[in-house]
Design a protein around this ligand. Structure first.
Ligand SMILES: Nc1ncnc2c1ncn2[C@@H]1O[C@H](C[S@+](CC[C@H]([NH3+])C(=O)[O-])CC(=O)[O-])[C@@H](O)[C@H]1O
Length: 326
């Protein structure tokens, strides 16, 4: 079911040829999927997904969904549901497959609603989504007209969730690769739009991350950057010493003005702050499809404006910027 060969063939004679070559090598070495002990169990689940004939697919605002010609009977429905549940935890969504509603930890559709009105029209564009998780936004990008959507994410489970969904959503121009941004060839300059959402604060070197994103874009291409920010002045940045909202791998939380100055320093132009929103416990919460703790457990129970460690509670900014024209 997991087959990246068509992508390599597609890329061979394009600006993405260097990546095609690298991908062949990465596939020969098992990509980064190799490392995980749970991988055999997840792959078994993927193989066990029932074949269901798809009548219609939706990639729109109300649903990312596949529907069959006839309503599934109870046994068919629970087979599908149980197999998908073997890929728990489902973090990014929601999705609907033949009446099974995958109620993910995040309402990723809410983020997309905040972003879509402010970005370049995706029609016909080649798009990169860095840290795409299960690919929820990748499908929305395709639904918004993108010609080719490449998601990358180093977490194998999320990539397998993508392939589980792809079995039914069947979008030939949407791909998710099990790679981190640091594994993408340097200076590709091949993408019209590059999204980095929820990734910058996980990077130990934010400037290098922004440079990597810049170098994936063609001249005049658009960056859409979403990350955790704090309130405050130009120059201020929070580097939590310990955990932040129970996450161990959080590095730089700048103010919006600081972030914009970083982008300008790296040569980005047309910077714009298009949204700043506090993350609510309605947008990120535990569900039947993500049974671990979630945001409500990571905030100070007496004061939701603080994390459990006493830092400002998660607030995310969306910033758009452009690489200079040649
Ligand atoms: N080096 C890396 N390169 C690429 N991806 C990475 C890397 N390190 C971690 N990730 C991946 O980045 C994603 C961050 S979540 C955002 C998902 C989506 N974008 C969202 O906006 O909802 C965070 C959040 O909850 O917002 C995870 O899937 C990681 O595996």
């Amino acid at each position: 079911m997991i087959d990246y060969q068509p992508l390599i063939e597609l890329w061979q004679d394009s600006e993405l040829a260097p990546w095609a070559e690298l991908l062949e090598h990465q596939i020969a070495h098992g990509l980064s999927l190799k490392r995980y002990g749970d991988l055999p169990r997840w792959l078994k689940a993927l193989q066990a997904l029932p074949d269901i004939e798809v009548a219609t697919r939706e990639l729109g605002a109300s649903r990312v969904a596949a529907d069959s010609f006839a309503v599934l009977n109870e046994a068919e429905r629970s087979e599908l549901q149980n197999t998908l549940q073997a890929l728990h935890p489902w973090r990014k969504g929601p999705f609907e497959l033949f009446g099974v509603h995958i109620d993910t930890e995040w309402r990723s559709d809410w983020k997309w609603d905040r972003i879509l009105p402010h970005i370049d029209d995706l029609s016909g564009r080649r798009v990169l989504d860095v840290g795409c998780g299960s690919g929820y936004h990748c499908w929305r990008m395709a639904g918004a007209g993108a010609a080719e959507v490449i998601g990358i994410d180093p977490t194998p489970l999320f990539v397998l969730q993508f392939w589980a969904l792809q079995k039914y959503l069947q979008q030939p121009h949407v791909w998710v690769l099990p790679l981190g941004i640091e594994q993408v060839p340097a200076k590709l300059q091949a993408f019209d739009s590059v999204f980095s959402m929820g990734v910058l604060y996980h990077r130990r070197s934010p400037m290098d991350h922004l440079l990597e994103l810049r170098d994936c874009l063609r001249p005049g291409g658009q960056l859409i950057l979403e990350t955790l920010v704090i309130d405050g002045e130009l120059g201020a940045t929070l580097v939590p010493e310990g955990r932040y909202a129970r996450m161990g791998n959080v590095w730089f939380l700048p103010t919006v003005d600081t972030l914009i100055s970083w982008l300008r320093k790296l040569g980005f132009v047309d910077t714009a702050v298009v949204d700043v929103s506090v993350t609510t416990v309605e947008e990120q919460r535990s569900t039947e499809w993500m049974r671990f703790h979630s945001l409500a457990n990571f905030l100070d129970p007496a004061d939701h404006s603080k994390t459990i460690e006493g830092y400002p509670a998660p607030q995310r900014a969306v910033i758009t910027a452009r690489t200079a024209e040649k």
